[in-house]
Design a protein around this ligand. Structure first.
Ligand code: AMP
Ligand code: GLY
Length: 421
């Protein structure tokens, strides 16, 4: 089978790595890829937001399956274009990707599905939004409706912060994404991520994870796209997973199907769990990054079979073969991230790292230049490992980190603290 993966981050490196373990994969191309991906697969430069460009490329290269990594092509309708051209695609339609692309849409789906989520109101103008905040008080959460590169959510601990967020959003700081605003109640509890494959009818859970959003140890510093993750997440016990499926996932998928926009792809539910009761914080229509890295480390070669079955509508015949294992990924980022940071510093020492089914250093943002490996982004490397328990996985991941020679990089030293103490 010839496979094309769209994207070029740590998530796509992990997807490519798992795909290549499966003997079904004859040829793998990743567009655009990165320096780490180029070491294991062919990389192609391609405008992945342009459906006809991707169709042309897929036809030229006799591609049998296209896996879409990031949300931007999904929200732009690239999956629709590819399917209309008769290609087999993993990833939701533009209509179904609204579960990530519009917070107001997701709230309306939760209402219709009766799925537990924070109480909310939506506004297209500042004055009634300000009045609502004054009435509700703080803490309260203000969200830009659209995709805002992870920056459109303000968890306001004071009324003043919430009002400032309203001013920012309606003054256009978040562009189109902030033209509509959702204001919701502040939820307390423990956050976790839950990943479910859906082929439009059948839903199959493929793992749980917990992310570390703050930049520095002890959950200090600014919010980031994620500085590390581990799987499984103990707070998502079997009982909580069962409740989440019954109360949130199944009703959501049924409502999407009822509307004539069935969901196909990976559904990533961000949950808040308190006293064993899950509430939905948000949906994403893609794998988490870096959560995907730990899921792929645990699933290995079967990930491709599951993804293919999802794309072909055959999930009902599939099951996941779980090992009693744990995985962790530690993100190395350029100093300065998530604020401004320089690109182009040299990274050494990666050649000596182990590359086994228990440990891999995935590349999130790197490029090769004249024989040197250079940092090419904020989040740059993901030291990822698996073990019989989380402590073993952690020790393997940090042993990789310690062997990397990159003075311009930093990482958190406490990934997994909730479990490991
Ligand atoms: P989102 O982009 O919706 O995932 O929001 C980003 C982060 O904001 C989440 O991961 C939570 O930590 C936090 N958050 C979002 N909504 C709420 C809420 N209603 N209550 C408490 N925290 C929230
Ligand atoms: N790590 C969080 C996300 O991918 O949205």
């Amino acid at each position: 089978m010839n496979i094309l993966i769209l994207g070029g981050g740590g998530r796509e490196h992990a997807l490519a790595w798992a795909t290549l373990q499966n003997p079904k994969c004859d040829k793998l191309i990743v567009a655009p890829g990165n320096a780490g991906i180029a070491a294991i697969a062919e990389c192609a430069s391609l405008d992945i937001l342009n459906g006809s460009a991707v169709i042309g490329f897929a036809e030229e290269n006799a591609i049998d399956l296209i896996i879409i990594g990031p949300e931007a092509p999904l929200a732009a309708g690239v999956a629709d274009d590819l399917r209309a051209a008769g290609l087999i695609v993993f990833g939701p339609s533009r209509a179904a990707a609204q579960l990530e692309a519009s917070k107001a849409f997701t709230k309306a789906i939760c209402d219709a599905a009766g799925a537990p989520t924070a109480a909310y109101a939506r506004f297209g103008e500042a004055a009634p939004a300000r009045a609502y905040i004054a009435e509700k008080g703080a803490p309260i959460v203000v969200k830009a409706d659209g995709l805002a590169a992870g920056k459109g959510v303000i968890v306001a601990m004071t009324e003043a912060e919430a009002l400032e967020a309203i001013d920012d959003m309606f003054s256009g700081e978040f562009g189109e994404a902030g033209a509509e605003v959702v204001i919701e109640d502040f939820l307390t509890g423990e956050e976790a991520s839950f990943f479910v494959l859906c082929d439009g009818e059948t839903a199959l859970p493929i793992g749980t994870a917990q992310d570390h959003k703050r930049a520095f140890d002890n959950d200090e510093g600014p919010n980031t796209g994620g500085m590390g993750a581990y799987s499984p997440a103990p707070v998502l016990s079997d009982a909580v997973v069962q409740k989440t499926m019954q109360q949130i996932i199944h009703p959501t998928l049924a409502e999407m199907a009822r509307r004539g926009t069935p969901y196909q792809g990976i559904l990533y539910a961000g949950l808040m769990i308190e006293n064993g009761e899950p509430q939905l914080i948000e949906y994403n229509c893609r794998f988490g990054d870096p959560e995907c890295q730990v899921l792929m480390m645990r699933l290995g070669a079967q990930a491709l079979d599951l993804i293919q079955a999802t794309a072909e509508g055959r999930l009902a015949e599939m099951q996941v073969n779980w090992a009693e294992d744990h995985a962790i990924t530690v993100v190395m980022a350029t100093r300065g991230y998530p604020g401004d940071y320089p690109k182009g510093s040299e990274i050494r020492g990666l050649e000596a790292l182990p590359e086994t089914s228990f440990e891999m250093c995935f590349h999130a943002g790197t490029r090769q230049e004249r024989g040197s490996l250079l940092a090419n982004g904020g989040r740059v490397l993901n030291a990822t490992a698996r073990g019989a328990n989380l402590a073993e996985a952690r020790d393997r991941a940090y042993a990789m980190i310690d062997a990397i020679d990159w003075p311009e990089g930093f990482c958190r030293r406490d990934i997994g603290w909730r479990v490991l103490g």
